[in-house]
Write a protein that binds this ligand. Structure first.
Ligand SMILES: [Zn+2]
Length: 433
């Protein structure tokens, strides 16, 4: 008797209504693979502004607050895969506490362990096929993003491959990572059943610039600043950006003082992996006490570059705390601040950044904004990836309907059909393909 072939089911757990708290399920028969398990940062910030909320509240509350994914939308999970180490992809691990193997690249597993100490982490090299069960094996392909060791996750099954590309950009001039075009083309030639793809910037025309553009922008700004303290701020996970800031500090003869808990955690892992090299005179300050001590050392302001947390104006960041008088140190006229970050486009971030900038201006601090390029693919990057993979089906993920419909229109341009080969799901929806 012929074996009855079981269909593949994709479940949009969350990340399909708004940016953040990403989680997708792939099921065949009685087995389900969960991909990513993230938090939504802007809703988290609406309550406490930091991760204390996560510890104080129940899973049910955090789901209803739109902070974590509703993991029990997936039945019979046999493995948890993680695409990369951003909190909107790993931040809910410590709350949902998956008991199954958690599989990722080595670097991402290190970041995962930091979040979820009791997790059962397995880490693999890029391109190393890991057999999960009779139905599934997984392969992680190298891709450029704004964090080291990001991956495009490929689930190999008898029904065809599931390619999960969230998040990525195509940067051919990165100094610490690359995109594995050769393997992506191989996947395209094999049996690509479905592409699940992020869509945060699918409406943005053209191509996302390379990180090398930020290096030039930063140098340009630094050469303009001839005196005063320089404060730089960026995402603590963005190791290549941090390296550029430290390199420019070294070139300008300034001592880098790195301040904030999130920086020190990321930096120590990146140093261990040999992808971040601190200048010999760089100093890292983690606790409030240490930061206070560090700030006291700053006498001749022209000699220092402060790399500190606070690019979104977060109230508990080092920059906001300095402004709020927590430390015996003041910013003053003639100092400069370089935002090596954009404002994350949510109302709460616009508000906190507005407050921060207004207060900095009133102190006479010069502001250099948006020394930054996005970590996410723009429309033509997306088209390039789509044409390498040429999947049977497309499911845009990571974004509200307005973003995912941007990807859908791109796929229409490439000959796909809405509701036949392009599927716009919302949180909680499943589709059999
Ligand atoms: Zn990301």
């Amino acid at each position: 008797m012929d074996e009855v072939r079981e269909k593949m089911k994709i479940t949009a757990v969350s990340g399909y209504k708004a940016v953040g708290r990403n989680m997708t399920g792939v099921s065949i028969g009685k087995e389900t693979i969960a991909i990513d398990n993230g938090i939504r940062l802007d809703t988290l910030q609406m309550y406490d502004g930091d991760t204390n909320t996560l510890r104080k509240r129940s899973v049910e509350e955090l789901i209803s607050m739109d902070i974590i994914p509703k993991q029990d939308r997936l039945k019979n999970i046999i493995a948890q895969l993680i695409s990369h180490g951003h909190l909107d992809h790993i931040g809910a691990l410590s709350i949902n506490k998956p008991k199954v193997p958690i599989i990722s690249t080595h670097y991402t597993a290190e970041l995962g362990r930091k979040e979820y100490k009791d997790g059962n982490f397995y880490s693999v090299d890029y391109n190393e096929e890991f057999e999960i069960s009779r139905n599934f094996s997984v392969e992680f392909l190298e891709v450029t993003h704004s964090i080291p060791y990001a991956s495009i996750v490929v689930l190999h099954t008898d029904e065809g491959d599931v390619v999960y590309a969230s998040d990525f950009r195509l940067d051919n001039h990165s100094q610490i990572s690359m995109t594995d075009y050769k393997s992506l083309r191989r996947i395209g030639r094999e049996n690509p059943k479905v592409l699940i793809v992020e869509s945060t910037r699918a409406w943005d025309p053209g191509k996302t610039p390379s990180e090398s553009v930020v290096r030039i922008k930063l140098r340009d700004v630094m050469e303009l600043i001839d005196s005063g303290l320089i404060v730089a701020t960026t995402f603590s996970t963005h190791i290549e950006r941090i390296q550029s800031i430290l390199d420019e500090a070294e070139k300008s003869g300034r001592t880098p003082m790195i301040m904030g808990r999130s920086f020190s955690g990321q930096i120590s892992i990146a140093e261990r992996f040999g992808i971040l090299h601190l200048p010999p005179n760089a100093r890292v300050f983690t606790t409030s006490k240490a930061i206070k001590r560090g700030l006291k050392e700053i006498r001749k302001r022209d000699d220092y570059l402060l790399l500190a947390t606070g690019h979104q104006g977060e109230p508990t960041s080092v920059i906001s705390e300095i402004i709020n008088g927590k430390f015996p140190f003041r910013f003053r006229r003639g100092d400069s601040i370089i935002f090596c970050a954009n404002t994350i486009p949510t109302p709460i971030n616009y508000a906190t950044r507005y407050i921060l900038e207004t207060r900095l201006k009133s102190l006479g601090v010069k502001i250099f904004d948006n020394v930054h390029v996005s970590g996410h693919a723009a429309r033509e990057d997306h088209r390039y990836l789509l044409n390498m993979i040429k999947p049977e089906h497309i499911i845009p993920c990571h974004g509200g309907l307005e973003m995912r419909s941007g990807y859908a229109t791109l796929a229409l341009e490439e000959g796909y059909e809405l509701n036949k080969s392009i599927h716009l799901l919302t949180n909680g929806d499943s589709i059999e393909i």
